[in-house]
Structures are given as structure tokens and as C-alpha cells.
Design a protein around this ligand. Structure first.
Ligand code: XUL
Ligand code: CO
Length: 448
């Protein structure tokens, strides 16, 4: 391995030291948990746009990032060099997947033809590195939001030329997905939404984007690309209303336009919070609809109401996510945990990129350990089964087997007294449930 990053390979060091260094406390890639290796449950991915592109700007200040490839000045030289940095980063961190937008990996030219030529040179480089690396493409995507031409959307733009350009751009991205063996392909609706409804033909825009997705499905079939297609819900940012608001809205859209069997969802923690949901809620909704595809691992901040893409460190949330994943048996058919996350502006060194991924990986490994024990000991499953047990027999069973009618319910309920109905209603002891979850986290990790 070359030594481009001034950091040694990150190893599992165990839990002896309380102070987090450049090692994993919980993530032990080959450790078997609930019948699978940790790395196979978690399938971590590095997001090119944050880890190798983000300069850590905010609306008030320039970038603070110090990166080892900063000495390159020519955009194409930089793009080609970054591939080498990226593959060494994956290797040193022990991560087997990565994700990128087309515009993360190569600079744009004046025309789509020129842009594609730049892109192909970098893709060729990635192909070369893939020959001797374990790193696989979890998913790629097209940036249909960065360039000013997409100011009013791409597949929902009111301007047909922009729609056409976006179509051409995605065509090339699908070819790249095929070339690099992408396991999934993501569409995040960057600017597919509206700023103001008065000047928006909502129906026409949704019809257009549905046509766009059908064209993408047709082209994937034509070139024999079998990557799982995914939509990534987000309610706002950058537009004031994004069409793929949350999991439920996105599933309804896919069903309305006959796309539900072709797509699944890529769900992100901070996006869930922007929609007023927990991450667990979004995953549960997708799961129950058979639509869980993959996860963008990050977290929001209770005090900040926008998308800050923080590295996950909240053990309560990672436990909840991994509880859902264990219940599902996998993240998705080809899913992984892609760190759509960046270090804070104040942690700007190259080493901080490793430190940030370490906290994300350890937090998810810890969540996996706790969730596996919760499943193994049946605590959650038992309490939920008990809570609904009145539907297992008697009048409840007639509801579930479809034989109940309003008349049969009336007959059953007509003479029940207030006291009898109150007796049928049980306390859920919710505070003790929350405390028990805390106890599982503390005890499991103390013994890890
Ligand atoms: C934006 C976001 C994107 C998608 C890919 O909030 O999450 O980075 O994951 O386009
Ligand atoms: Co994302």
C-alpha cells in the first residue's frame, strides 16, 4: 500500500481505553454476531462527495479542510490523483464500499460530450484500482442539482432542454454503474420540488419525473444493468418542498406511477428528522412495504433545523436502526451503510476524516451488538406480541381473519361497561421500556 495518508491502518483495539484513539473499540470486521460477520451486516461505505470533496464550508465561512491532495491545482490531475487517495483511504479504514455522484469524481467540460470524456478517464482509473482492491461500488448517482442549469429542477424542470440534458447525463451514469459493477443506483431528488406552488404545475412535473424513471429502467434493461434502483427521500433543502418528502410519500409516488417493483428506498437519518420522523420510523415504513434498499448513515442535531450530515454517534439511534436491520435480516437486498456525513468545520485535519469514520463505524457496530441481544432475548418482540395479544383470539381474531363486521362488533360491544373496557386497556409502562433499552445499551457495551 502506498502511504498517501499520514495515518496507519485502523485496527480493532478493543475496549481497554476509554479515550477514543485511531482504533475501533467495537467494530471487529470478522466477529460473528447473530449469524453473520459484522462487516456483512454493516457493509460500510465511504461517500466520495464528503470525504474527498467537502471543503467544510458553511454559509458564513470558507472551507477549513486540510487535505493531503491540496497541492494539485489542475482539476483533472486532482480528480485522477484522488482515486489513489480514495482507494488507500478505503483500505486503511477497512471499508469495502464507496459511493459517488458523477460530478464528485471528474470536472465538467463545456458540453456533455466533454464532461463524459473527463468522467471516463477517471472511471478507467477506478477500474484499474478495483482490480487489486476489495472496494466495491455500493452505488453511484448523477448530480442533477449542482450546476446552475438545474436551478428549477432536472426531471421536473419546466424547461425541456434541461430535462433532455439530465436524461443524457443519467444515461452515462448508468453506463458507469454497469462498468464498475454498482450494486445499486440512487436518485436523490436534488432540486426536484418547488419553491412556490403558484407558478408550479405539480401534476405535470410529477408525470415528467415518472417518465424519466421509466426511461432509466428501460435503459438499464437495455444495457443489462442489474443494480437495484433507489429513491432517497428528503422533505426540504434545497427546495422548500421536495417531492420525495419521506418514505411514505415516496412509496405512494412509486405505486401511483407503476414503479414500485423497480425501486426501493435509500433512507437517511438527517432527512428523516427534517421530515419530522425518527430514522427508525422511516426504516420501519419502508420495511413493512418491502421497500428497504439501503441506508445513508448520518445524524442531525436537535438544536439545528437543517441538514448537517453529522457522523453518527448516537447509540440509541444506531441501536434502533440495527434493530430494524436485524428484524429485516439485512439492510436491503444489496444495501449498506453509506456515510453521507462530514466532520465538523472545527475538525479539519486529514486525521479527523479517519476519526470521524471510526466513530460512525463503532457506533453502528455497538448498535448491532445491542440490537442483536435485544432480538436474542426477545425483549421487544415479547412486549409487542403481548401488547397485541387480544387480537390472537376471540373478537380480535375475527378482525384479523376478516370475518368481523360492524354488526358483529356492535353485538360484542353493546353491553360492555365503562369498567370492562378500561380493564381491557393495559398500561404500556413506557418509561420502564425506555429505561430497559438504556440498560441493554449500557450492559451489552460494558461486556463487549
Ligand atoms: C443530500 C444527500 C445526497 C444523496 C445523494 O442531502 O443526501 O448526498 O445522498 O445524492
Ligand atoms: Co444522502
Amino acid at each position: 500500500m502506498a502511504d498517501l495518508w499520514n495515518v496507519d491502518k485502523i485496527e480493532y483495539v478493543g475496549t481497554d481505553s476509554l479515550e477514543q484513539g485511531l482504533g475501533f473499540r467495537y467494530y471487529d470486521a470478522d466477529r460473528v454476531v447473530a449469524g453473520k460477520k459484522m462487516k456483512d451486516w454493516l457493509r460500510f461505505g465511504v461517500a466520495y462527495w464528503h470525504t474527498f470533496q467537502a471543503r467544510l464550508v458553511d454559509p458564513f465561512g470558507d472551507g477549513t479542510a486540510v487535505r493531503p491532495f491540496d497541492r494539485y491545482t489542475d482539476p483533472m490531475d486532482l480528480a485522477l490523483a484522488k482515486v489513489e487517495y480514495a482507494f488507500e483511504f478505503f483500505e486503511k479504514l477497512g471499508v469495502e464500499y464507496f459511493c459517488f455522484h458523477d460530478r464528485d469524481i471528474a470536472p465538467e467540460g463545456d458540453t456533455l460530450r466533454e464532461t463524459n470524456a473527463n468522467l471516463d478517464k477517471v472511471v478507467e482509473r477506478i477500474e484499474e484500482f478495483q482490480k487489486t482492491s476489495n472496494a466495491k461500488l455500493l452505488w453511484n448517482t448523477s448530480s442533477l442539482f449542482t450546476n446552475p442549469r438545474f436551478v428549477s429542477g432536472a426531471a421536473t424542470s419546466p424547461f425541456a432542454d434541461i430535462f433532455a440534458y439530465a436524461g443524457g447525463q443519467v444515461k452515462h451514469s448508468l453506463e458507469i454503474a454497469k462498468r464498475l459493477g454498482a450494486e445499486n443506483y440512487v436518485f436523490w431528488g436534488g432540486r426536484e420540488g418547488y419553491e412556490n406552488l403558484w407558478n408550479t404545475d405539480l401534476k405535470r412535473e410529477q408525470d415528467h419525473i415518472a417518465r424519466f424513471f421509466h426511461m432509466a429502467c428501460d435503459y438499464a434493461e437495455e444495457i443489462g444493468l442489474d443494480a437495484q434502483f433507489m429513491l432517497e427521500p428528503k422533505p426540504k433543502e434545497p427546495t422548500s418542498h421536495q417531492y420525495d418528502f419521506d418514505a411514505a410519500t415516496t412509496i405512494a409516488f412509486l405505486q401511483t406511477y407503476d414503479l414500485a417493483d423497480k425501486f426501493k428506498l435509500n433512507l437517511e437519518g438527517n432527512h428523516a428528522n427534517l421530515a419530522g420522523h425518527t430514522y427508525q420510523h422511516e426504516i420501519r415504513v419502508a420495511r413493512e412495504a418491502g421497500m428497504l434498499g439501503s441506508l445513508d448513515a448520518n445524524q442531525g442535531d436537535k438544536l439545528i433545523g437543517w441538514d448537517i450530515d453529522e457522523f453518527p454517534s448516537d447509540l440509541y439511534e444506531t441501536t434502533a436502526v440495527m434493530w430494524e436491520v436485524l428484524a429485516e435480516g439485512q439492510i436491503g437486498p444489496h444495501g449498506g451503510l453509506n456515510f453521507d456525513a462530514k466532520p465538523r468545520r472545527t475538525s479539519f485535519t486529514e486525521e479527523d476524516l479517519f476519526r470521524a469514520h471510526i466513530v460512525g463505524m463503532d457506533s453502528y457496530a455497538a448498535g448491532l451488538l445491542v440490537a442483536a441481544r435485544l432480538h436474542e432475548e426477545g425483549y421487544i418482540n415479547n412486549l409487542v406480541a403481548e401488547r397485541y395479544s387480544s387480537f390472537d383470539s376471540g373478537i380480535g381474531a375475527t378482525v384479523e381473519d376478516g370475518t368481523a363486521t360492524l354488526a358483529s362488533l356492535e353485538e360484542y360491544a353493546l353491553d360492555k361497561t365503562q369498567q370492562e373496557l378500561w380493564d381491557a386497556t393495559k398500561s404500556d409502562h413506557l418509561e420502564s421500556v425506555k429505561a430497559t433499552l438504556n440498560n441493554y445499551i449500557v450492559d451489552t457495551l460494558a461486556k463487549a
